[in-house]
Design a protein around this ligand. Structure first.
Ligand code: PLP
Length: 394
């Protein structure tokens, strides 16, 4: 017979999932009620309102998809893309490549604009792709590339999409909650995120929002949406506005309690205050890592505070360092992906995990482990450097 599974208590400083606060975990343990219970529907309405405030949008279709961030991505492409369409896809890391696969699987042509890993999407290249390809239906890009730690200029890219009358489809999985995301201000037509990055929920839910223009495109499709589960026309019977809700699928009731609680916490803190906290903890971690002698892959001008990609000191086996951090300190950091595998670490400071305690733990654990494994670093300077950032903070 098997016994209960009791996971170790870890500190999650990788590319996601991030630490989930005890308040959110406690919310998940509340009694399961029916997905059509009037009390549950009242909570759904509050989630929608809070997501609208978080995305900074009035979009009526703003809701959590009952599946992880990847399903949010698929929900955008499966509803908006039809066979024969042309979509410009920007790729500067792993996730742009997944957008390409989505576009192609739904029978459309992906026109790729590629940039080096560690660089933002080049707006000038996107403009010339739009000029060379009249009639493009959509422009798709990743706001915060989690594989590299780069932020692209979402406002400028969305302005270009509007200028060329293309829909702007945006991946905000890692940006939402950690840095500014302004759906109506920037003119985003379809956006998706995930709960397990800066929203600090368990994985498994994908907040999405579609503009009125995007919804009209869905309504005018020549072919039916090729996914029953993700078809916005059908899902809105359950998540849609006016009172009466019809069964579509059984919502992940307790996971939505978690999302509700995390959004309540985010608005208690304040959106701007949350971005400031992400920035401050990034500055402190950065000061410590640089004092040790590590350097950042990404230029400060477009670096994400919630995802720190740093070089690995000479003389160590990077996988052994990560294994030791997990074993000896219950601390998870992320490995490099794709072209960056073995070359960098990705240290997340996302949501609840973006705190002073984690910064100090990470610097301590990393220094001890690197010294033990013979890494070429400066010793005894990291904590002081990080602490100075906190002392100077307003
Ligand atoms: C994590 C992530 C995803 C995928 O989200 P899952 O919840 O893992 O499915 C998509 N895009 C970006 C930028 C991400 O960081």
């Amino acid at each position: 017979m098997k016994s209960s599974f009791n996971p170790p208590v870890r500190t999650l400083m990788g590319p996601g999932p991030s630490d989930v606060s005890p308040r959110v975990l406690a919310a998940m343990a509340r009694p399961t009620i029916g997905h059509l219970d009037p009390e549950f529907i009242r909570m759904m309405d509050e989630i929608k309102e809070m997501l609208q405030a978080l995305f900074k949008t009035e979009n009526a279709l703003t809701m959590p998809v009952s599946a992880p961030g990847s399903a949010g991505m698929e929900a955008c492409f499966v509803n908006l893309v039809e066979p024969g369409d042309k979509v410009i896809v920007c790729q500067n890391g792993v996730f742009g490549g997944r957008m390409k696969e989505n576009v192609e699987r739904f029978g459309a042509e992906a026109i790729m604009v590629t940039d080096d890993w560690g660089k933002p999407v080049d707006v000038a290249k996107v403009r010339s792709a739009l000029e060379q390809n009249p009639g493009v239906k959509a422009l798709a890009f990743v706001h915060a590339e989690t594989s590299t730690g780069v932020r692209s200029d979402a406002a400028a890219l969305c302005a270009l999409a509007r200028e060329f009358d293309a829909l702007a489809i945006v991946d905000a999985v890692t940006s939402l909650g950690g840095i500014n995301v302004d759906v109506d201000g920037w003119g985003i037509d379809a956006i998706y995120s995930g709960t397990q990055k800066c929203l600090s929920c368990p994985p498994g839910i994908a907040p999405v929002s579609f503009s009125e223009k995007a919804l009209e495109v869905v309504r005018q499709r020549k072919t039916p949406v090729p996914s029953w589960f993700l078809d916005k026309n059908l899902v809105m019977g359950y998540w849609g506005g006016s009172g009466k809700r019809a069964y579509h699928h059984t919502a992940p009731v307790n996971s939505l309690y978690a999302l509700h609680e995390s959004l309540v916490m985010l608005f208690e803190e304040g959106l701007e205050a949350s971005w400031d906290r992400h920035q401050l903890n990034h500055q402190a971690l950065r000061a410590g890592l640089e004092a040790m002698g590590m350097s950042f892959l990404v230029d400060e001008a477009y670096r994400l505070p919630q995802l720190n990609t740093v070089t690995i000191p000479d003389g160590v086996d990077e996988a052994a360092v990560r294994a030791s951090l997990l074993e000896d300190y219950d601390l998870e950091i992320g490995a490099g992906l794709g072209a960056l595998a073995g070359k960098v670490w990705r240290i997340g400071l996302m949501g609840t995990a973006s705190c002073r305690r984690n910064v100090m733990l990470c610097l301590t654990a990393l220094e001890n482990t690197l010294v033990a494994q013979g890494g070429a670093i400066n010793q005894g300077v990291a904590l002081k450097a990080a602490n100075e950032v906190y002392l100077k903070a307003p």
